[in-house]
Write a protein that binds this ligand. Structure first.
Ligand code: FAD
Length: 513
């Protein structure tokens, strides 16, 4: 943006990013890859302050980001000790003793344009006893600890699933830092101690570093994490608090050694009396954590419960993290775009935080100032998309707490009986009546995800799409038998997850030798 009579160098927009965590380096990498002709990028980070560094589980969308950067997946996974993730296994959420996978993929295949689960509901009502999850390839693969990349042939059943990564979060940002610096991003180690605003426009004019240096830019990206140095502290963008719906405000995290046995291609979440616990298997260790509500359990008790539950040898002391659920009312204000934790946070129940950074980065690239001039319409469009993303994810997360029969602790009693947003209430009613799922054209989460959580947490529809009755039950039953058998056979032929990773790493090492 041109201001104060200054022209950007070489007509390129000068971008300054504050923060070198996952969101800061993702932003830098994307800018230097996609807009090297349109901007110069400088990133300021403070090793004294450090990064959150616990985002280990991701969503399949990150594959597109890695590929957009032109990064070789196998090499990236080897460097960050990553494993494959086919979904999230939720234990004890709907009811103690129950579990289900939220798989990255569909359930069966639509018939005559009608989603498969409607036929399943109809046959179930007629007495057929099988599990819808047996028609999800990702679910069957994950239960059997197998992995193979999906097929690119969209006619193949093997194209109906996807996968994400689980990686060492402390290695992801440095990986992207090396990538970005090698391509021209200027990195400054230093602490921002003041933010100067332009006296008239109230845009950010410059950052003042502890060293005394002033850093001017046209566009500032706030990736300073929960501190929200620019968007919150300097520009006072209001915070919308959602802790009445998502009361978890703390986590204790502790890595441990990998126990003997198979390497599950999934994130395992187990509901706990005051929240839930994660277990994320990586190539070299396991990430563990207990996300909890501090109104329902003390930090000491949560840490003790985590230590008692981990399966391997602890590799560090339990580490406490605090947060609050909510988001900025506006994430792009003046010439500041907030990305990552500075923009908002929804607890990591569905691994959505890195996705939210990715989505904001993609929006910002698409709305990058033309001729260096920031238009109100572009800012409004950005904020609208970010709002939509947050609202939808919020509803999806609340569903995991509200759709439960658990009444064994004050935490579960609270979330089971709380009033939920109208937008979620309407979605649940829509599903309860006839298995219908609200459709989105943008953002998270799509039909199979909602279906998995509704059914997995015990909401079974009373009816189904009437078009599903327009098939003879005997032939429908045989077609379903065949499909189930095909899924099982396809998965039986796939490699073991750990073997697949070992072989791929060995190939990289051989090629490098
Ligand atoms: C308990 C927990 C579990 C999580 N699990 C997941 C998960 O499984 N999946 C997922 O997608 N996400 C997860 N997240 C979220 C994920 O960790 C974040 O989205 C991700 O790390 C991005 O953080 P960030 O880069 O925005 O902030 P940070 O990592 O906090 O980085 C902030 C940066 O700003 C810099 N900084 C701050 N102030 C200054 C200053 N004054 N001067 C200079 N530099 C400054 C810091 O040095 C740092 O470099 C989890 C979060 C928590 C709390």
């Amino acid at each position: 943006m041109k201001q104060g009579g200054e022209e950007p160098d070489n007509n390129r927009v000068r971008v300054a990013i504050v923060g070198g965590g996952t969101s800061g380096w993702m932003t830098a990498a994307a800018l230097i890859r996609r807009l090297p002709h349109a901007c110069s990028v400088r990133l300021i980070e403070s090793s004294e302050i450090g990064i959150v560094g616990v985002g280990e589980a991701t969503l399949p969308h990150l594959r597109a980001f890695v590929s957009m950067l032109g990064i070789d997946e196998a090499e990236f996974m080897r460097t960050t000790h990553a494993t494959f993730k086919l979904g999230i296994d939720f234990r004890d959420f709907g009811k103690i003793g129950d579990h289900y996978l939220h798989p990255f993929g569909s359930f069966g295949t639509p018939l005559n344009g009608v989603p498969f689960h409607h036929y399943w509901l109809r046959m179930r009502a007629a007495g057929r006893q099988d599990d819808l999850f047996d028609y999800s390839i990702a679910n069957v693969m994950a239960s059997d600890n197998r992995f193979a990349p999906p097929s690119e042939d969209t006619n193949s059943m093997l194209s109906t699933y996807s996968y994400a990564y689980q990686f060492d979060a402390t290695l992801f940002a440095p990986y992207l830092r090396d990538y970005s610096v090698a391509r021209g991003v200027e990195r400054t180690e230093g602490k921002v101690v003041d933010v100067e605003l332009h006296p008239e426009s109230r845009d950010v004019a410059a950052l003042v570093l502890e060293s005394g240096e002033r850093v001017e830019a046209d566009l500032f990206v706030d990736c300073s994490g929960f501190r929200a140095l620019l968007i919150g502290q300097a520009l006072k963008s209001e915070w919308e608090d959602w802790s009445h719906w998502l009361p978890n405000d703390s986590a204790v995290a502790m890595p441990c050694t990998s126990p003997a046995g198979p390497l599950p291609p999934l994130t395992l979440l187990t509901a706990m009396p005051a929240g839930w616990r994660w277990r994320i298997p990586l190539q070299h260790r396991v990430g563990n954590g207990y996300v909890y509500s501090s109104s329902h359990i003390s930090h000491e008790d949560a840490a003790a419960a985590l230590v008692a539950a981990v399966e391997g040898e602890p590799l560090a002391e339990p580490r406490l993290l605090r947060f609050r659920a909510g988001r900025r009312k506006r994430s792009w204000v003046k010439n500041v775009v907030a990305i990552g934790l500075a923009s908002g946070f929804l607890e990591p129940l569905e691994s959505t935080s890195i996705y939210l950074s990715q989505s904001a980065i993609e929006q910002m690239l698409g709305l990058f100032p033309v001729g260096g001039r920031i238009a109100d319409a572009d800012r409004d469009e950005f904020n609208l998309v970010v709002d939509n993303e947050y609202d939808r994810i919020r509803d999806f997360l609340i569903l995991h707490y509200h759709a439960t029969t658990r009444d064994d602790s004050s935490f579960w009693n609270h979330v089971r009986t709380m009033t939920v947003p109208d937008s979620l209430h309407e979605k649940i009613e829509l599903f309860r009546m006839a298995g219908r799922i609200s459709k989105y054209t943008q953002g998270l989460f799509l039909e199979p995800s909602w279906l998995a959580v509704y059914l997995g947490q015990g909401i079974v529809p009373e009816g189904w799409d009437q078009r599903a009755d327009n098939l003879d039950p005997a032939s429908l039953g045989s077609a379903m038998d065949r499909l189930r058998a095909q899924v099982a056979a396809a998965v039986r032929g796939m490699p073991d997850h750990a073997d697949f990773i070992r072989r791929r790493n060995a190939m990289i090492e051989m090629a490098a030798a």
